[in-house]
Design a protein around this ligand. Structure first.
Ligand code: SAH
Ligand code: SF4
Length: 358
């Protein structure tokens, strides 16, 4: 049996140079290869024309740029493209290309599935398989980049998985995006369920990335029900950590607020957000619930309920935005397309039980 080829995706130019250490020109070749892989989204060694022919043959025989395969490619009526990818093991994860007038953004996954068990989330309901490697994360970006002529300038980690549970690989990805692809850290957003120790760790990195917290309720009794993580790090503690993050890094954080009818969209909860976020010039991004069969009867609030919730926050001087719905016809919301493929692809493990707040 032929030995498996070594994967280059995920390696930086120093690591690439180590692979070719027996060559005098290792550094130069590593720089060229890194440019082809990351800045040009090139997977084919034959198209890396500035490399010597014999070296290209050596690369073809021993290495593979990317192991990623596309299981499904869907395009919505509003030009959103969604890929379901895997590395040949049928553990699929999703990424989405989001073209806007002024920029092209993308939404990437950090894990196959997610162990956090949020009760409204298709990914969470599907369980957890594994962390993605840096190569598999940046590989999503590169696949999406190769779908468009426009430059993919913005990245959000809002696909499958909890990025801060896979912090090491996510940090490596950020470094590659910044140093090799040339993306601005300021155009990269990490969304987290609210893992306090990891938020503190990320603050120490002091990268000018954008951090968003999935808050979803100012009340522990409601957030407990929606997000088991709240048992461990309740509302005040996690919001306090976000404030510290903001003070340390000087980067404004934002809050994501999913609206589920009569669960967390009540005037009482809108009012409770006001003192909680006092003194933070932050944005709250409202996200009306995308229907997922949660078994809990969750539903999406009507426009009027969303408007009423928004009005209370705005009257108190908070900055509110609403997520513009894109790619609805191809189920481009968190976890949905992979959810549809469950029977075919998913091999999910049982999620670890979360520690309960003492
Ligand atoms: N694990 C991270 C990032 C991935 S989820 C996090 O939870 O923040 C990205 C966003 O999608 C989160 O704000 C999450 O709460 C939201 N989301 C999950 N399920 C959703 C649904 N059914 N409808 C709308 N938003 C959803
Ligand atoms: Fe995981 Fe985020 Fe879904 Fe919660 S909302 S289960 S943290 S992906």
């Amino acid at each position: 049996m032929a030995t498996a080829k070594q994967i280059l995706l995920g390696l930086d130019r120093v690591e690439l140079a180590e692979l070719f250490a027996d060559r005098k020109d290792a550094k130069l070749r590593a720089k060229q290869i890194a440019h082809h892989i990351y800045a040009r989204a090139e997977r084919d060694f034959d198209k890396m024309l500035d490399l010597p022919g014999e070296f290209r043959e050596h690369l073809k025989a021993n290495f593979l740029v990317s192991p990623l395969e596309v299981a499904t490619h869907k395009t919505s009526t509003d030009e959103v493209e969604k890929l379901l990818v895997h590395r040949g093991d049928n553990q699929v994860y999703e990424c989405v290309l989001l073209p806007y007038k002024d920029r092209v953004s993308c939404c990437l996954s950090s894990q196959v599935g997610c162990p956090m068990g949020c009760t409204f989330c298709a990914t969470g309901l599907g369980g957890f398989d594994r962390n993605l490697t840096a190569g598999e994360i940046i590989g999503q970006y590169l696949l999406l980049q190769s779908l468009t002529e426009r430059r993919l300038s913005h990245v959000v980690f809002m696909g499958m998985g909890e990025p801060l549970l896979n912090l090491k690989n996510v940090l490596k990805t950020l470094k590659l995006m910044h140093e090799e692809v040339g993306l601005s850290y300021r155009h990269i957003t990490i969304s987290t369920v609210g893992l306090v120790p990891q938020i503190k760790e990320l603050a120490k990195e002091n990268l000018p990335i954008h951090l968003a917290l999935s808050l979803h309720s100012p009340l522990d009794k409601v957030r407990d029900r929606l997000m088991p993580v709240n048992h461990k790090w309740p509302v005040k503690e996690v919001v306090g950590t976000m404030k510290d993050y903001q003070n340390t890094t000087g980067r404004k954080v934002t809050f994501e607020y999913l609206l589920i009818k009569e669960v967390n969209d009540t005037p009482e909860q809108a009012k409770a957000l006001i003192p909680l976020l006092k003194g933070m010039p932050n944005v709250i991004n409202l996200i009306p619930f995308n229907w997922v069969d949660t078994g809990q009867g969750f539903s999406r609030p009507e426009r009027e309920r969303v408007r009423a919730f928004r009005r209370i926050l705005e009257e108190a001087g908070l900055n509110v935005t609403e997520r513009v719905e894109r790619g609805h016809d191809i189920a481009a919301a968190c976890g949905q397309l992979a959810g549809q493929h469950k029977g075919k692809f998913a091999r999910r493990g049982i999620s670890e039980p979360l520690p309960v707040r003492s």
